[in-house]
Design a protein. Structure first.
Length: 85
């Protein structure tokens, strides 16, 4: 949550809601095998990926056509809590 707070400039606090059908209880990711077999390397760090996502969301709120061109349903309330103000 510290990275999200740093990027957004706001205190980010998780909101826990009841589990929904199909939710995954636990998830672990290790890209070591794909790196080894395919020599794959990520293009973005977690930090840079979150920064780019936030920048896109800010633009999407200003330009509804951007949402239509990318098949993006709607800007998230993840960083902004539903408003930019």
């Amino acid at each position: 949550m510290g990275v999200l707070s740093e990027i957004s400039g706001r205190h980010v606090q998780p909101q826990f809601r009841p589990a929904q059908p199909g939710d995954i209880d636990q998830s672990v990711l290790d890209n070591g095998k794909v790196r080894e077999i395919l020599w794959w390397e990520p293009r973005y760090s977690l930090y840079n990926g979150l920064v780019e996502m936030m920048e896109f969301e800010m633009e999407a709120r200003k330009n509804p056509l951007l949402i239509q061109r990318t098949n993006y349903s709607e800007p998230s309330v993840f960083f902004f809590g539903g408003s930019l103000g």
